[in-house]
Design a protein around this ligand. Sequence first.
Ligand code: DGL
Length: 239
Amino acid sequence: MIGVFDSGIGGVTVLKELLKIMPNENYLYYSDSKNNPYGDKSNEEIINLSDNVVEYLINQGCKIIVIACNTASAISKEYLRNKYSIPIIAIEPAYKLVVNNEKTLVMATKATINSEKFHKLFDTYDNHNTVLLPCPGLADLIEEGNENKINDYLENKLKDYKDVKNVVLGCTHYPLIKDEIKKVINNANFYDGSLGVAKHTKEILEKNNLIENREGKILFIDSSNNKNKEELFYKILRN
Ligand code: DGL
């Protein structure tokens, strides 16, 4: 079984890519919505929360963990890899996919944008025409699913960036509102790390002889036991 986790339902954007390339694996998806959002928390809190989730997933029998949350990846991947012996795959904002010097916007949580990990990545691939834009509260609005609030937030937050040509969606929740972002920024290329992380997961499973031929079951667990989350999760998965 492959364990996938996020602070909420955003990681479903990664799970969808995993399912496309590995439909015959079983998945356990953990949404930590009781502790959402991760993006406004301290590093210590993010590490503790991620550690609890990973321990739980391993106890459930997961053979590999996919951190489908840019925030948890940026802050806690090293800690988790040092602590656990199974492979731990981590997503990162897809900034390295931007290979032009056009005006670029990186949208992510505050914790991701401020992280050392992200800054290393940014310094390596800097196209010298990039704005880093923390979007506190946006993942919450996506969890809530209120279209009007999301549109108002984006209209206000993105008003100075309508002409950018590249938009990096550096939080796994944001691909869920790509159409809404496009209403404000309508002539850009969009980049997210979900396909890359799915491909990397497959490579690591192959390398470790861990590929299985299962029925493709998907189990969903939400730490707040919220039935609405479960409904939303399966709805997004089917779309
Ligand atoms: N989905 C998470 C990410 O990719 C963040 C959401 C949150 O702030 O909890 O960064």
